[in-house]
Design a protein around this ligand. Structure first.
Ligand code: PEP
Length: 240
């Protein structure tokens, strides 16, 4: 039986009412689905107080364990607040915070050292896709992070295929294309592989039905408690 991970990335947004959001999630814990919400860092304690079936994730983590790194938060500190997952290498951070593959590798290892599960994001730009370089780019990104990880470390990892042109655009990848890339990623990463990029209530079922897609990383739609909890329910149904 398949297990799914449904992770919400709120980015630098919060739902209009956290209390109302929390109330919508009060349905029974879904079987065989791990649900994760990654809020902006100051809201981690609120999400840690959500129903138990919601795990808390961070949107980023420092590569360092402690020290003079103003503005950074270590994986161990996140763990104290109940954080179980940390997104690393999100394309928005790769683009605007100079996160190159080597840094994403170090952040992945920092998360693992503190017992967090890194959600390692990879994906190609539209220009790379149009140049026929998708597989080359994505396998380079995955190889750079996972090449130096042991089998035991991989067991705690999650990978997320997020084509950059699909993020926040409403233009999700075709389910079969996403599936093919997730299959490629899975061969190298040997861990669950999520798809991210304009996942919505309307397309969740067709995406999650694909053989090599183990869940979704969801931005915009995760801010809507109803849509997010219904996507979790779709995953639960598909896993049954
Ligand atoms: C994301 O932020 O990782 C993402 C996939 O966003 P969206 O679902 O809004 O495209």
């Amino acid at each position: 039986m398949k297990r799914f991970i449904i992770a919400g990335n709120w980015k630098m947004n919060i739902p209009p009412s956290l209390d109302e959001y929390r109330a919508v999630l009060k349905n029974p814990a879904p079987e065989r689905v791990t649900a994760v919400i990654c809020p902006p860092a100051p809201f981690i304690p609120y999400v840690a107080d959500f129903p138990d079936f919601i795990s808390v994730g961070a949107q980023d983590v420092s590569e360092h364990d402690s020290g003079s790194y103003t503005g950074e938060t270590s994986a161990a500190m996140l763990s104290v607040f109940g954080v179980k997952y940390a997104i690393v290498g999100h394309s928005e951070r790769r683009a605007s915070h100079f996160e190159v593959d080597e840094l994403v590798n170090r952040k992945t290892k920092a998360a693992l050292r503190a017992g967090l599960s890194p959600i390692v994001c990879v994906g190609e730009t539209l220009a790379e896709r149009e140049a026929g370089r998708t597989v080359e780019v994505v396998t380079r990104q995955i190889g750079a992070v996972f090449g130096s990880l042991s089998d035991a470390e991989r067991e705690s990892c999650v990978a997320a295929y997020e084509p950059i042109w699909a993020i926040g655009t409403g233009l999700a990848a075709a389910p079969e294309d996403a599936d093919a890339m997730c299959a490629e990623i899975s061969k190298i990463a040997r861990c669950p592989v999520l798809y991210g990029g304009s996942v919505s209530l309307a397309n969740a079922e067709s995406i999650l039905s694909q053989a090599h897609i183990d869940g979704a990383l969801i931005g915009g739609a995760s801010l809507d408690a109803d849509a997010f909890s219904r996507i979790i329910a779709i995953a639960a149904e598909l896993s049954a």
